[in-house]
Write a protein that binds this ligand. Structure first.
Ligand SMILES: CC(C)(COP(=O)(O)OP(=O)(O)OC[C@H]1O[C@@H](n2cnc3c(N)ncnc32)[C@H](O)[C@@H]1OP(=O)(O)O)[C@@H](O)C(=O)NCCC(=O)NCCS
Length: 198
């Protein structure tokens, strides 16, 4: 299967992410366009979406999966990011290295299991390599079994496990993938990537 991917600029991408987040009923804290602009403006970032036809009307193509990543610096001012960097101490090296934080992503329920998230992940890796990044970091929770299983298939390594004091379901799991010469060689998806707006 050939995956269709759009690589968005910040303005359009923030609106598209806000739109697709509405389809993820299982997650209450949805990101708005303003959250996305606030986080990504002024830092290197990558907003990717996969599109696919509607099963009931294949002439209509809709966004079905997304992935947003941004650069993470050793010294961050924004409280959430400085907290993340502090938690990653000892698990990630920042000195002289470029780290991409894979911030948010998911696939709409009806399109899961079709390889869209692999295609987006591989495209994010290709972009990250082209931008000189050394490593991609991602954070999830113990209870997100689908995401943990997927990250396992995508060969992310666990770099830290942070136990929640009261409820192990809520414990945080940090994973990463180091990028190198053989990263692209391992990729399996077939993708067409369009810059949007063109
Ligand atoms: C996790 C998620 C993004 C996977 O998206 P997807 O488009 O279905 O994933 P893909 O079809 O590209 O699958 C990628 C790989 O993961 C594997 N995988 C996907 N879902 C899986 C599952 N539930 N169990 C086991 N493996 C799974 C696939 O087999 C595939 O591996 P392969 O390429 O080696 O065969 C999607 O299920 C989702 O959005 N879940 C909710 C998001 C979430 O949990 N967010 C929590 C915040 S971190």
């Amino acid at each position: 299967m050939e995956h269709r991917i759009r690589h968005y600029d910040l303005e359009q991408g923030a609106l598209e992410i806000q739109y697709i987040e509405e389809f993820f009923g299982e997650f209450p804290r949805k990101k708005t366009a303003s959250d996305i602009r606030g986080r990504l403006a002024g830092r290197r970032h990558c907003i990717l979406m996969a599109e696919a036809p509607l099963p009931e009307d294949p002439s209509v193509v809709v966004p079905v999966s997304f992935k947003v990543g941004h650069e993470l610096h050793a010294h961050e001012l924004e409280p959430k990011l400085s907290d993340l960097v502090a938690r990653l101490q000892g698990a990630i090296r920042f000195d002289g290295r470029r780290v991409l934080y894979s911030w948010i992503g998911g696939t709409r329920r009806d399109w899961r299991g079709q390889g869209h998230f692999r295609a987006l992940t591989e495209e994010q890796e290709a972009w990250a390599l082209s931008q000189g990044f050394d490593e991609i970091v991602v954070k999830t929770k113990n209870r997100f079994f689908e995401m943990r299983a997927t990250l396992d298939h995508l060969q992310f390594e666990v770099i830290k496990y942070e136990r929640h004091h009261a409820d192990n379901h809520e414990s945080k799991v940090y994973l990463s993938k180091r990028l190198g010469r053989d990263t692209l060689r391992r990729h399996r998806s077939r993708r067409t990537v369009v810059r949007a707006p063109a």
